[in-house]
Design a protein around this ligand. Sequence first.
Ligand code: HEM
Length: 403
Amino acid sequence: MIGYDPYSDEVMRNPWPFYARLREEAPAFHLEKYDCWFLSRFEDIWQAAIRPDVFSAETGVSPGQILLREPPPPPTFTTMDMPRQREYRALINDTYKRGRVAKLEPRVRALTRELLDPLAEKGAFDVYRDLASPLAARVIGELIGLDREDADALREGIALFFGREPGQVGTSSEGAAAMEAMMERVARIVVARMEAPDEGGDDHLSTWVRARPEGRPMTVEEICGNVYVMMVTGSEVVPLAVANTILYLAAHPDQRRRVRREPQLIPAAFAESLRYDQPTNLLGRRLVQDVEMHGKTLRAGQGVMFLWASGNRDPREFERPDEFDIDRRPRRSLSYGHGIHKCVGEPLGKLEGHVLLEEILRAAPDYEICHAGVERTYGEFLHGHHRVPIEFDSGAAQDGSAG
Ligand code: HEM
């Protein structure tokens, strides 16, 4: 008995031993309770992700939507199949192309320093809560076209929505109330923009309000769904990944010394932290036709979860997968997904991650982790550390930009 259940207390606290057993003993694992399959090996997930004709996103992709059959969200490109997914994703895709994102670097750095400077004077702060989380919310908020107050309020609502208490399966009533309040707030913003469609230039709100996908305007509900999706994806993952990187570097002093001396190693450290402890732990699809895997028949209508974090620790793909090693230069990874739903925000996520790490290492080169305050997220979906307090000598900042 492997005893894997993504909602069990043990798995939420420490999924890694379960993932190792799933990969070895049951690479296509079925849980009757959810009528869902779990894929844990790198290659299986890699191949399934490029078959949207078999593995459909249309009934949702989150664990709640696939496992608990929570109602699908208002349709956005994240929960569409081809060809609609391409048309709706194309509305905002250009903003996230590598060249466009490179031009955001000064803005991302300025926003980072605005948050970091007062923290650096104090000699102590929480990497996730005080710096990376507000930074990511403000950057994506600006791209969407939200003012700062709205972006900060949505970030707080999202944290409540994803929060889990031990024993809790799915969304809490507090989380559901936070979601409702959030959606009302977003609807007011969307309606206001509909009355002044050009106000935001080429921000996402103005783009969606002016767009005519499938030859018709988007509804308020659809635009709200898109705001929510961009806000969640844009503000949740980078902060977890940055907090993780700070923690894992501290746990590996030799690698940390090298990164501090050679900031050009920061991208490798960030990438390795994503491989080693992937924040987007698992996401799913629903089968639209039968498919054979490992001698089992996965039937149309059943759910399938991609255990991304497990794939990124598969020894068939990575040597010594349970070691944190910034010298890997992996040929491929599952960190940003694969196939048509591969992360649209990858270049932005990298830019934010690298700038945040450069600036933290510049302001606090000798940081120490306050271990008593470190907290790992508790939930089935997003994994990583959402409290990483550090303290440091506030006079030790290195001059200039580390970048
Ligand atoms: C280190 C940072 C990030 C990581 C590790 C990450 C990871 C992922 C993964 C694994 C997926 C695949 C989802 C699936 O196949 O169902 C995804 C999709 C997505 N990501 Fe990210 N992400 C990051 C940053 C961002 C940022 C900053 C944004 C904001 C623009 C973003 C927006 C999205 C969107 C909108 C999708 C859905 C794409 C689609 O369905 O076509 N991500 N991301």
